[in-house]
Design a protein around this ligand. Structure first.
Ligand code: SF4
Length: 451
């Protein structure tokens, strides 16, 4: 990993019991996904169908965007296009200001995380309350989500009990999930009823009907947009699918890949505003057309944000989502970051992978994630940000004499690499690991000395 990535990981890595809890919670999701896949005889056929639908939609995205816009407006919605994150933030703020909205309930949306919407609205004096339980936990803890589906998966029950005691007045030492959830629900209910506006994402947008499909397990997005007089839906332009029959394919895959459920608890289709209210749909580019124009990486836009690639990734499981330093962690985050993240350390994320290929094997839309990571590594922008260690290794490997000398020095100093000579960035990593035994003589030496 790069120095910046290593530094972040040194701060953010879960340790000890917390690491074990994170690893097993994430691994359990992977197991549930596998069981759900085995129980659905059509699973592999659905994956292939989903891949093909997304590839077709991306090939004709301009047509489907125009069709969606026309149908949604016929149904009474207003459709806006945002070129980038700043544009999205401006449009949302203007819509809220036009209605005098000061209190907003918001459901989970990775796009709004990507575009840093919450802090922008808060700076403008608007109260934004995240209503997904996991999102609410990280919001109360003043930290970003660590997983695209389970934002607080890095938190233990004890952490959440202490947080709720401090923030919501729940009982001291209470770690019972049922009671803690009830405390959050009591707090949120009043906020739902008082909200002037609801901001949601959308899992899919159906071009033929101008419909938004919003999928949750808690019903929070549905309640927010059912109660508030203003509904603003923010979604990336890649969320389009052609028709309702296509949506059915994705609904059969999404929950199975995410949590192992046959289907999510709530799937709401929104076509136009409810009587007496306004619906605004903001379709956001923010680097997506750049990715669309790149044939090697365009399929990354097929992602349906199920989280399966995070749950199976050995790096994500050990490092946790915060170590990635960008809104979307895990393999898909590492693939999207060079194109979508603001310039900075996130561009080196393609190096945060073992390239084991497990992510590609579980992806419901068959994105070749690990191949794309390799492709990014050889791209100019990412190469320029290559970690120091890798640059040094490449130089040594290109010079045989240097390679032999480096091997001899490394063998002599081997025990010190776990201690005094350990690079600063690797020290946290070495706290819970031991170096392997000192290697014996090199092949060349053994060959020379053979009897
Ligand atoms: S890349 Fe595939 S596995 Fe990963 S979140 Fe997206 S759809 Fe799910």
């Amino acid at each position: 990993m790069t120095a910046a990535l290593d530094r972040r990981a040194a701060i953010e890595l879960p340790r000890g019991e917390r690491l074990a809890a994170h690893d097993s919670a994430v691994a359990a999701l992977r197991d549930k996904r596998d069981a759900a896949g085995r129980a659905e005889p059509d699973f592999e056929r659905l994956r292939e169908q989903a891949r093909a639908i997304k590839a077709h939609t991306l090939d004709h995205l301009d047509t489907y965007l125009e069709r969606f816009e026309a149908r949604a407006q016929e149904a009474g919605a207003r459709v806006h296009f945002a070129a980038d994150a700043a544009d999205l933030r401006r449009i949302v703020l203007e819509l809220l200001a036009a209605k005098g909205a000061r209190r907003v309930v918001k459901s989970k949306s990775m796009l709004t995380e990507e575009c840093a919407l919450n802090p922008h609205l808060e700076r403008a004096g608007i109260e934004v309350v995240d209503t997904d339980l996991g999102e609410r936990i990280v919001q109360l803890g003043h930290e970003p989500p660590s997983h695209i589906l389970m934002p607080a998966i890095h938190r233990t029950r004890a952490d959440i009990g202490a947080l709720f005691e401090r923030e919501l007045g729940s009982e001291h030492g209470d770690t019972d999930p049922g009671r803690l959830t009830a405390a959050a629900r009591r707090d949120l209910r009043a906020r739902f009823l008082a909200a002037d506006a609801a901001i949601t994402g959308a899992n899919f947008a159906i071009a033929d009907t101008g419909t938004l499909a919003i999928v949750t397990n808690e019903g929070n997005a549905d309640l927010g947009c059912a109660l508030a007089p203003l509904h603003i839906a923010c979604l990336g332009i890649e969320k389009l699918v052609p028709g309702l029959a296509d949506l059915a394919v994705f609904l059969r895959l999404l929950a199975r890949s995410a949590t192992g459920q046959p289907i999510s608890a709530y799937t709401t289709l929104v076509t136009g505003p409810k009587p007496g209210s306004e619906l605004h749909v903001i379709l956001v580019d923010n680097g997506r057309t750049r990715l669309l124009a790149d044939p090697r990486h365009r399929s990354a836009l097929s992602c349906i944000r199920c989280g399966a690639c995070l749950n199976t990734c050995p790096v994500f499981r050990r490092a946790g989502g915060h170590a990635y330093g960008w809104a979307v962690p895990g393999p898909i985050g590492a693939v999207l970051a060079p194109a979508l993240a603001p310039p900075g350390a996130a561009h080196t994320l393609p190096f945060a992978s073992t390239l084991c290929g497990s992510c590609s094997a579980v992806c419901p839309v068959k994105i070749d994630l690990h191949d794309q990571l390799v492709a990014w590594r050889s791209g100019d922008a990412v190469r320029a940000a290559r970690p120091r260690g890798l640059r040094a290794a490449a130089f040594v490997l290109r010079h045989p004499a240097l390679y032999r000398a480096a091997g001899a020095v490394a063998r002599a100093l081997w025990p010190l690499f776990g201690g005094a000579l350990a690079p600063r960035e690797a020290r946290a990593w070495l706290e819970s690991r031991e170096l392997p035994e000192r290697p014996g003589p090199s092949f060349r030496v053994r060959f020379r000395n053979r009897s």
